[in-house]
Ligand binder design. Structure first.
Ligand SMILES: NC(=O)c1ccc[n+]([C@@H]2O[C@H](COP(=O)([O-])OP(=O)(O)OC[C@H]3O[C@@H](n4cnc5c(N)ncnc54)[C@H](O)[C@@H]3O)[C@@H](O)[C@H]2O)c1
Length: 365
């Protein structure tokens, strides 16, 4: 018999009904190497695709057996066979598309960041509520195998009260995969650390204080925004969470690690995807506990990779919310708090101070 304490619960759970018709708006990189491979594995029903570049949509439809390619967003949004629309376009285009899809009465899975502007994100939430559709955000690191398993261990009390948390990433990121990022004045926190911020929130909730420092790298050329950041989240119970990212580590000593230290034990692991993005490798996980199995160290072999396997998480959670009339785990309203932390990080860096999270409010336009 498997010891229920030792059994790790980290795999996304699909709800009973998964045959919703999914329509794609934007068929670029993340759809091709993450969403669609994951959906194929779980036999989800992708029924229609639209991309501003029609040939991109046609190639993707051919490769993944998607029956319909549309010439406009309106056609896709009004297709009665489409129940859920997944938007994966550069973020400045996402809010108007989201509003159009909500107006058409479709449930939505948006990409992170939900919007570049907090008020615009709040407006999407407001419209979704008004129209009675579910809106979720693709913050899938919550379902990253290492983070999810760590959450399970923390929930089961293996390490007691967590007093120190860190995610530290120092890698060589292929920024050229996203040419539209070069002109963005906000870069690392808004597009990358947002994953770690959301993962910390999934483990520990919302901090009281946010402190962030941002830097550029001499090698980043014409890219405007910050590429090296340190963000500290201070919690009411004295937990301090550090997120430290450097995307220009050309040495062979690159790493992407997480560490959670509690009153009764510790958890450490690696985020495999960051070792060779987007191919990556499986996460690793080790832990110890003074509460259970004193003086023993544990190591888990985790199945799946952040890309593509974690991508089923937000979609499964959205489908579950639709059939139970519940709330998806990465509900857009909840995601406003991830975006508030992002906003607080930029205020902190610009004004050289710590920012109380309640100073930053998400008010719809
Ligand atoms: N969740 C994650 O881990 C993750 C990882 C990478 C990117 N992303 C996000 O996904 C989104 C897309 O990123 P990507 O890497 O696929 O970018 P990409 O540049 O590879 O693809 C974007 C696609 O959108 C299409 N497009 C642009 N404007 C459009 C419009 N108005 N209507 C329809 N199609 C349009 C482009 O033709 C292109 O095919 C971004 O918001 C990005 O932040 C998320």
């Amino acid at each position: 018999m498997v010891d229920p304490v030792l059994e790790l619960n980290y795999k996304p759970v699909l709800p009973p009904k998964t045959d919703y018709g999914i329509g794609l708006i934007g068929c670029g990189g993340i759809v091709q190497y993450a969403a669609l491979p994951s959906y194929r594995k779980h036999k989800l029903r992708v029924v229609a695709a639209y991309d501003k570049q029609r040939p991109t949509a046609e190639i993707v439809a051919g490769e993944f057996n998607i029956p319909k390619v549309y010439d406009s967003v309106e056609e896709l949004a009004n297709d009665p066979d489409v129940d859920i629309i997944e938007i994966s376009v550069p973020p400045k285009f996402q809010p108007p598309l989201a509003k159009l899809c909500i107006e058409a009465g479709k449930h939505l899975l948006c990409q992170k960041p939900l919007a570049l502007d907090l008020a615009e994100a709040a407006e999407i939430v407001r419209l979704g509520r008004e129209k009675g559709v579910k809106v979720a955000v693709n913050q899938q690191l919550r379902w990253g195998q290492g983070i999810r398993a760590a959450k399970d261990l923390i929930r089961k009390g293996w390490i007691g009260q967590v007093a120190d948390a860190s995610i530290e990433v120092s890698v060589n990121t292929p920024w050229n995969m996203w040419d539209w990022l070069a002109a963005s004045p906000r870069l690392e926190v808004q597009f990358h650390s947002i994953h770690y911020i959301d993962a910390m929130r999934s483990l520990f909730g919302d901090p009281v204080w946010v402190t962030s420092r941002h830097a550029r790298n001499p090698l980043q050329g014409t890219m405007i925004g910050e590429t090296k950041t340190i963000t500290i989240l201070d919690y009411a119970n004295d937990l301090q969470a550090l997120i430290a990212d450097n995307h220009y580590n050309y040495s062979d000593d690159y790493f992407a690690i997480f560490r959670f230290i509690g009153t009764d034990g510790h958890i450490t692991g690696t985020l495999g995807a960051m070792y060779n993005y987007p191919h990556g490798r499986e996460d690793t996980l080790q832990w110890s506990s003074q509460r259970y199995y004193k003086d023993k160290r544990f190591e888990a072999k985790l199945e799946g990779k952040w890309i593509p396997d974690a991508f089923i998480g937000p979609t499964a959670s959205l489908m579950q919310a639709i059939q139970e009339d519940g709330v998806p785990e990465t509900d857009a309203a909840d995601n406003l708090n991830t975006l508030r932390i992002v906003e607080a990080a930029y205020i902190s860096a610009a004004e050289n101070r710590s920012v109380r999270l309640d100073e930053v409010q998400a008010v719809p336009r």
